[in-house]
Ligand binder design. Structure first.
Ligand SMILES: NC(=O)c1ccc[n+]([C@@H]2O[C@H](COP(=O)([O-])OP(=O)(O)OC[C@H]3O[C@@H](n4cnc5c(N)ncnc54)[C@H](OP(=O)(O)O)[C@@H]3O)[C@@H](O)[C@H]2O)c1
Length: 304
């Protein structure tokens, strides 16, 4: 399996999870990094294609993105290149070499103004450059390879430097005794990365293709998420105060109600997706193993 963007927040976890399942993971990223082959794959698809051929990869998972809303707003052209044009080229390269392409997208393709859970058939309407570029990416990938798997995700998990994402945010605050806000008016269906990886493996084994919402079975506000982190991690919830997304000017391009419907993926998998709270319990259970992996990747050019 070829893992594009194995240095990223999700990519690093995917390396952990699939290696633990016995998959041979070839991780590549643009910078030299423990466990990763340095590569300049951003220029064109030829390097990705050469790696797929050289290693006879049967699966390519794309975790590369310009994932910051702010970076995308300040450089929309780069966002379009990284989040849309290149994924289309990589999907075409995978297809022409018989490899299954898996592309990670986002709930930010919706504007978050709806009062119901969005399904795959709902029209998209991104409220940000990031969301628009990711929507273009979905289209580019499926146009290049109609058999590709495109997963709209919203996830949480641990990170190597304990500074990426909402889980680290709340755990750090409560551990350090700092009061932080959790938005009451920002709701998402956040899935634990481990549960996302399980879904990817099951979807691949079911030979699924097309667009799926790969998120948790339930929707929580960021405030509720913070309280759930406190409970799961036995931390002091008093450090989490209710706040409002709408009162934060710099974040106003984020949709507020981004809950996604999981009927399609549940039907395909024949089981319920885990809830965010179930994912938090799992996250704390495997925290040490994940951190050992993230801090202990080798320099052999492959994840171990
Ligand atoms: N984070 C979330 O909450 C969230 C929510 C929903 C969906 N998603 C989606 O999930 C996927 C993974 O996101 P993430 O949070 O793991 O992002 P991330 O931590 O920012 O990782 C992005 C990856 O892309 C690589 N990358 C970025 N720009 C590049 C470039 N110009 N050339 C080559 N590589 C480049 C990064 O490499 P470097 O390490 O060298 O920078 C890194 O490996 C993305 O598709 C994102 O849209 C994320």
């Amino acid at each position: 399996m070829l893992l594009l963007g194995s240095s990223g927040f999700l990519g690093a976890y995917v390396g952990y999870s699939l290696s633990a399942l016995g998959w041979e993971v070839r991780g590549i990223a643009r910078n030299s990094h423990p466990g990763i082959n340095p590569s300049h794959l951003i220029d064109d698809a030829s390097e990705v294609e050469a790696l797929i051929r050289h290693h006879s990869c049967d699966v390519v998972i794309n975790c590369i993105a310009m994932a910051s809303h702010e970076a995308c707003e300040s450089d929309p052209e780069a966002a379009q290149e990284i989040n849309a044009r290149l994924p289309g080229k990589w999907a075409a390269a995978a297809r022409s070499n018989g490899a299954q392409f898996v592309h990670i997208s986002t709930d930010a393709v919706f504007d978050g103004e709806s009062d119901h859970l969005y399904s795959e058939s709902d029209p998209t309407h991104p409220g940000s450059v990031y969301g628009a570029s990711k929507r273009s990416g979905e289209q580019a990938v499926l146009q290049a390879d109609p058999e590709a798997l495109v997963l709209r995700a919203n996830f949480f998990g641990w990170s190597e430097n304990s500074s990426k994402g909402i889980l680290d945010f709340f755990v750090n605050a409560m551990s350090e005794g700092k009061t932080v806000q959790g938005f009451r008016d920002y709701e998402v269906s956040s899935l634990y990365m481990g549960d996302l990886c399980d879904a990817i493996v099951e979807l691949l084994s079911a030979k699924a293709h097309g667009l799926f919402h790969a998120v948790a079975s339930s929707t929580l506000s960021k405030y509720e998420f913070g309280l759930a982190v406190a409970k799961a991690g036995d931390l002091d919830a008093a450090y989490i105060q209710p706040g409002s997304l709408r009162e934060n000017e710099g974040l106003s391009n984020r949709g507020a109600h981004l809950g996604l419907c999981v009927d399609k993926i549940e039907h395909l998998l024949g089981r319920a997706m885990p809830s965010t709270v179930q994912g938090l319990a799992r996250a704390f259970e495997e925290r040490q193993a994940v951190m050992d992996y993230l801090g202990g990747r080798t320099h052999t050019g492959e994840t171990s």
